[in-house]
Write a protein of this length. Structure first.
Length: 206
């Protein structure tokens, strides 16, 4: 009798141990704490997918570049007697690029960066000439111009500005990694190249 009781107790203990072991195994399968590859995948997902330094630098620089394009559009739209067709283009540029600024700022936030974390882009605004950026003097000239003169100057400056953006996007396609940012660069090249042609035609007709 005592032998049978001992056997029952041993059987119950073994079954309990087996259930505990199964529970631990299931938890280990769900919890990737000990798996470096799984940890990297989680971090990658949390940071908005794959990206590299080139993506961060590109987004930071293009935010500043777009901000100046919006500023140039605002100046033209405040100008008296600006050509209506050129004014309509300025409105389109502002409407397109402001949401793109917010999109790129969202990427940087997701990636754990601020626009100036990985490079000082202030010189792009201060000195001009870099990636099609206008200098403070260029912007002052645009602000002081009137009528058709302002329209022509806006087109001249924005053509150069767009060419700089296209160049930045082309460089990013060669070095970037984030799929969404790369697709964005392809769209910049396509859209702004088309606008360059449109502005050149407008410039010839003024």
């Amino acid at each position: 009798m005592e032998t049978r009781l001992s056997a029952v107790v041993a059987s119950v203990f073994a079954a309990s141990f087996a259930l505990t072991a199964c529970g631990d195994s299931a938890q280990d399968a769900e919890d990737p704490v000990g798996d470096p590859a799984a940890q990297n995948e989680q971090t990658e997902t949390a940071n908005g997918g794959e990206y590299n330094d080139s993506d961060v630098e590109y987004a930071s620089g293009m935010i500043v570049h777009h901000q100046q394009a919006v500023e140039m559009a605002d100046i033209l739209l405040q100008t008296d007697d600006a050509d209506p067709e050129v004014a309509a283009l300025a409105e389109d540029i502002r409407a397109a690029q402001q949401p793109e600024i917010e999109q790129m700022q969202s990427w940087l936030e997701t990636w754990g960066h601020e626009p100036d974390d990985d490079g000082d882009h202030g010189d792009m605004l201060d000195d001009g000439g870099h990636d099609g950026m206008m200098s403070e003097e260029d912007l002052a000239d645009l602000e002081s111009a009137e009528g058709d003169e302002a329209s022509r100057l806006f087109l001249d400056q924005m053509i150069i500005h767009h060419e700089g953006a296209v160049s930045m996007a082309e460089d990013h396609l060669e070095t970037g990694e984030n799929p969404e940012a790369l697709e964005f660069s392809e769209n910049v090249i396509s859209d702004q190249s088309a606008e360059i042609e449109e502005m050149e035609e407008m410039r010839d007709s003024l």
